[in-house]
Design a protein. Structure first.
Length: 111
């Protein structure tokens, strides 16, 4: 599945749309950025409530392709600007991490 296809079946709003439309094969859910650095796979989607510029730095280090910020967390402009520079997609949603993780897991498993 491509990053751009995720919003079609999930309750997602794209707030940073300058990104490489990579194929997504996995996701990682965590709010602890050191955990993300240690365990997330490259070209995955990060599901989190961490809405700040450091999240983009970690995503860049791990080569994460997209971030889904859950629970209607506001995303600051400096995070959006950093994501634009690094070409990382940012989606937001009112859903929690459990719900988003389950939906994305199901979608990735069915093709």
């Amino acid at each position: 599945m491509k990053i751009s296809e995720m919003s079609q079946f999930m309750n997602l709003e794209c707030i940073q749309s300058v990104y490489d439309d990579a194929t997504v094969a996995s996701a990682y859910t965590s709010d602890l950025l050191s955990d993300v650095m240690a365990n997330a796979r490259e070209h995955s989607v990060l599901i989190t409530i961490q809405a700040h510029k450091n999240t983009i730095a970690v995503a860049t280090l791990v080569e994460i392709s997209a971030i889904i910020v859950c629970n209607n967390r506001p995303v600051p402009e400096d995070m959006v600007a950093a994501a634009r520079t690094e070409r990382i997609c940012i989606y937001t949603t009112g859903d929690n991490q459990f719900t988003v993780s389950g939906r994305l897991y199901a979608a990735l498993r069915t093709g």
